[in-house]
Design a protein around this ligand. Structure first.
Ligand SMILES: Nc1ncnc2c1ncn2[C@@H]1O[C@H](COP(=O)(O)OP(=O)(O)OP(=O)(O)O)[C@@H](O)[C@H]1O
Ligand SMILES: [Mg+2]
Length: 270
């Protein structure tokens, strides 16, 4: 049994007198401890898929099964980084992270929660911004707080929707490495299961065990591809190998193969 099973997922959105099919018959599985990236062009339903995995949205058809149980709502087994900043504006960066920790570790004393929040805000480079409110932080900094919160929650499953999209190149590199370091751990703990949405092919290759390529109108899986490179991966060595260029080209041609599909072709008049 896989950790996450996505079975024949179809999601229709109703808009006035139209029904819009955002996802159609999407099926794939994620094994325990696996790092899977979902790639596809804008509008192919990646965030919709993640919202169903989170349990904040329900499918029109199909099921999500986690640890053998159908998902019927949100759960403390899943830490989430949303595509758009999702911090409580009335809480400082530290309080936002502490709040996340409290959701999953109810019995942890306040002093320990404080320490965990401190540690993860340090890790994402916000040591001097812990007592700032979201409105006092840049977009990229707010996203780093959201990442610190998800990592500090230390859940079995991490669902990340373009978490580094709004972050500058230097911090993105640091955060990609931090995520890999936390995911790989010291070998004594079970690895987290990660579903990671990105537009960035190089990011997906660097981070993932497997890549699920999606195509729009309606959103569906076109291919699941295993990343053939051994770990740990060294970014600069990896990108210089001919095998990397070949693999990247293969992904790029799949990524662009949906161009020419008629946009809006999946609209149905009710
Ligand atoms: N609440 C909603 N009501 C109606 N349509 C929606 C809703 N949410 C998303 N959609 C539509 O569903 C499709 C998929 O949207 P989604 O946000 O899942 O795409 P995405 O792959 O995450 O795109 P991006 O890469 O730009 O973030 C889009 O065409 C979008 O307009
Ligand atoms: Mg999205």
């Amino acid at each position: 049994m896989s950790k996450i099973e996505i079975q024949n997922l179809t999601v229709n959105y109703k808009e006035k007198n139209h029904r819009f099919t955002a996802l159609k018959d999407v099926s794939f599985s994620v094994e325990s401890g696996e790092f899977v990236s979902v790639i596809g062009s804008s509008g192919c339903g990646k965030s919709t898929l993640l919202s169903i995995l989170e349990g904040i949205n329900s499918p029109t058809k199909g099921d999500i099964v986690i640890d053998g149980k159908p998902v019927t709502g949100t759960g403390t087994d899943r830490g989430v980084v949303f595509q758009h900043y999702s911090l409580f504006p009335w809480m400082t960066a530290r309080k936002n992270v502490e709040f996340g920790v409290k959701q999953v570790k109810k019995n942890v004393p306040k002093t320990v929660r404080y320490k965990i929040a401190d540690e993860f805000l340090d890790k994402v480079g916000l040591e001097n911004f812990k007592n700032k409110y979201p409105s006092q932080l840049s977009g990229g900094m707010q996203q780093r707080v959201a990442i610190a919160r998800a990592l500090a929650m230390d859940t079995d499953i991490l669902l990340m929707d373009e978490p580094f999209g709004a972050i500058d190149a230097k911090n993105r590199t640091i955060l990609q490495e931090l995520l890999l370091e936390l995911w790989e751990g010291d070998g004594t703990q079970e690895k987290k299961t990660v579903v990671f949405v990105t537009h960035d092919i190089d990011e997906a290759i660097l981070l993932s065990d497997r890549i699920v390529m999606m195509s729009p109108s309606p959103g569906r899986v076109v291919k699941e591809i295993t990343v053939p490179f051994t770990r740990p991966r060294n970014r600069s060595e990896l990108v210089q190998t001919p095998a990397y260029a070949d693999f990247r080209n293969e992904l790029l041609s799949l990524f662009y193969s949906d161009i020419g599909n008629k946009i809006g072709g999946n609209e149905v008049v009710l």
